[in-house]
Design a protein around this ligand. Structure first.
Ligand SMILES: [Fe+2]
Ligand SMILES: [Fe+2]
Length: 373
């Protein structure tokens, strides 16, 4: 292995010097070969270009050195007694993925080369090699690593920015819901506890139905606006302690349409979901609900969820016009409507989730009016 003196070596000289001057001459390189002479030759060449080199004569020794020191690049022989270069490559890629790896081999074997590239190696040198083989591989691989780390940093910054933006939107959405519920509270007797529990139960059921996280968070807020349309219903009907007359009930039914109208001008996904819930939470599985008499899966899933959560919470809490039912009694009433009012599959999930809902009930008591935080 001697350093060539021809035109090509001149090119390599220029490339390596340019790279080292412009980029990084302080890269820390670990050279691993069971023949100490080979380690020494490579280290001597790289040292002459300003790189900082360490050597190891086995995979095990290399692992030991890597656990204790920081390296940017590993140059490893493939065929070694004990831990092979391929094993070492696999270890490095799982434990230190930011370390670049160049494989060195005595056999020019295409299959082995492809396998090591698949495992994450970025360079491949065949013995016998010369100065320019090593220096070009090292410069190329270090440059690729620099760009890789730069891209990683950039992606990290973008991810953080996207997260900040999502948090900002979420905070605005919460404030919007809070303002709308505060407006509703001036009319409606439903409590802050009730609307929050509906949000919690609905998000619990949605998670069980394998909705993605974003949609689960969305239904937690959107469900709280299910009765927003009551803002347009006269006080004497909303607060009437007796049973409503048929005409009054017809008027009361309009809260679904009024709620949908209030929410229709926004294309925010949260408000769109709130709109479909406000419009459809009194629809029934068999088509006997209102306002449109939708049936089955034509009723949006969000509204089918909220409908169960709303009936459950309303029945087991006291209202101005009736006393609270025991949970057993409320469940037997609801069970009688399992296949007519409710989506039977969601109803069964709801029954499975009752223990968690009881805990939520304990945490969110019914002692405040309709403002949410
Ligand atoms: Fe309602
Ligand atoms: Fe309600």
């Amino acid at each position: 292995m001697k350093i060539p003196l021809g035109g090509f070596s001149r090119v390599v000289e220029i490339i390596s010097v340019k790279y080292i001057m412009l980029k990084d001459n302080s890269a820390r390189i670990l050279i691993v070969d069971d023949e100490q002479d080979i380690c020494d030759v490579i280290a001597k060449w790289l040292n002459s270009r300003g790189f900082v080199c360490s050597t190891a004569t086995s995979g095990e020794e290399a692992v030991n050195l890597m656990e204790k020191n920081k390296f940017d690049l590993l140059i490893t022989d493939i065929m070694m007694p004990g831990m092979s270069g391929v094993d070492l490559l696999a270890f490095v890629k799982s434990r230190f993925p930011e370390v670049a790896v160049i494989m060195v081999t005595g056999i020019d074997d295409e299959e082995t080369a492809i396998m090591t590239f698949d495992l994450g190696a970025w360079g491949y040198i065949v013995k016998p090699f010369e100065f320019h083989d090593v220096i070009l591989n090292v410069c190329n691989v270090l440059e690729r690593r620099r760009l890789f780390l730069l891209r990683q940093d950039h992606e990290c910054v973008l991810k953080e920015k996207a997260q900040e933006k999502a948090e900002g939107i979420r905070s605005l959405e919460e404030q919007l819901i809070s303002v709308l519920l505060a407006a509703l509270a001036t009319h409606n007797d439903e409590t802050k506890g009730h609307v929050r529990r509906i949000g919690l139960y609905s998000s619990l059921i949605a998670r069980y139905l394998r909705w993605d996280n974003e949609a689960v968070e969305r239904i937690y807020l959107a469900a709280q606006l299910h009765d927003l349309g009551k803002i347009g219903i006269p006080d004497q009907i909303l607060r009437k302690p007796e049973k409503l007359t048929p005409d009054e009930f017809e008027l009361m039914k309009k809260h679904t349409i009024i709620g949908a109208r209030v929410l229709e001008s926004s294309n925010l996904p949260l408000i769109q979901m709130a709109r479909e819930i406000a419009l459809c939470h009194h629809e029934r599985w068999d088509g006997s609900g209102y306002p449109r008499g939708l049936h089955g899966t034509l009723i949006p899933e969000s509204a089918r969820i909220v409908s169960i959560a709303d009936v459950y919470d309303s029945l087991i809490h006291e209202r101005p016009y009736r006393r609270a039912l025991s949970e057993d009694r409320a469940l037997s009433v609801m069970n009688a409507y399992r296949e007519t009012s409710f989506d039977p599959k969601i109803f069964d999930y709801f029954v499975t989730l009752l223990p968690q809902m009881r805990r939520m009930r304990e945490e969110v008591k019914d002692d405040e009016r309709c403002f949410v935080q």
